[in-house]
Design a protein around this ligand. Sequence first.
Ligand SMILES: *Cc1c(COP(=O)(O)O)cnc(C)c1O
Length: 365
Amino acid sequence: MQISDLAPPYIRGIAPYQPGKPISELAREMGLDAANIIKLASNENPLGVSPLAQRAIRRVLEDLARYPDGNGFELKQALAARYGVAQETIVLGNGSNDVLELAARAFLTHADSAIYSQHAFAVYPLVVQAIGATGIEVPARDFGHDLDAMMRAVRSNTRLVFIANPNNPTGTFVRAPRLEAFLSALPRQVLVVLDEAYNEYLTPELRADSVAWLKRFPNLVITRTFSKVYGLAGLRAGYAFGDPGVADLMNRVRQPFNVNGIALAAAAAALGDTDFVRKSYELNQTGMKQITDGLARLRIEYIRSYGNFVSFKVKDAGGVYRGLLERGVIVRPIASYGMPDHLRVTIGIESENARFLESLEQALA
Ligand SMILES: *Cc1c(COP(=O)(O)O)cnc(C)c1O
């Protein structure tokens, strides 16, 4: 017997999260120059860190001997002003992955179940399983959330439903009226965690005021992140809005200083960098067209995406992935999402998108 055998079976059964390959790792493995590698594998912002956030980061460096503000007052104040919510409704996290886990920790026991969709974000099953609760995976419909089936899957012990909108890695999107109908019909003892990590990439006509729903649905928690359009993936900052009672519980189970001082300062500054967010959005719009036009030209099937990435289908996904790596292009295999024939590519800057398409054509040949 090994000491690790003593851990509960549901912990030993956890499948490790598979992140996108870091540039430094590919450089080491293939003896490539890191400067010539492009990473389009983790839905990061190709424009880098917002200039306002960079300035805030430099300012806060001098204060790092002190603990950060455990309540994140300034960031909460900025979020409250921006979205018209009370500070009591906000939970800050070390990335939004952290707040997803806080929701699970606050609401699930091993006797409960949580629902998520097939092909949905990998963190949902992970945080559910870490508690020993039962995860219910509902088959997707056209790669997206089948809300009717998810409703039918609710059991008497179901406490949580995760919905990613848009979803990663499929990029699918559920429009507001359907979501509102789902929230209205769902039993009130079930919490809905609506993960809106890619909300800022939605075109204006698709972007609903989901934050306003919080007033009508005390069982709704909305999560968002600074990792995507705000360009701060490396710092780890995310947040949730929810009913004050729910937010209070999530705040009680989090680590007292879960968000570091640099992340707090940078996130508050990035939130106010509307120029940077607009540029990032526009770059994504044109880049999405560039990549999907290119895929169509190569007669490659792809799933229409509402995020900053797109998943496409190829005959030999593993082989194409390796072919791209050999050419210094990192994309993301998504076999672990039940999509062994697809690869996911993040929208980059124009030259990166062009290089990806060119390398893809070569890798397929
Ligand atoms: C990228 C992503 C997040 C963000 O995670 P962070 O921990 O905030 O970096 C959350 N949800 C989904 C669906 C994502 O794709």
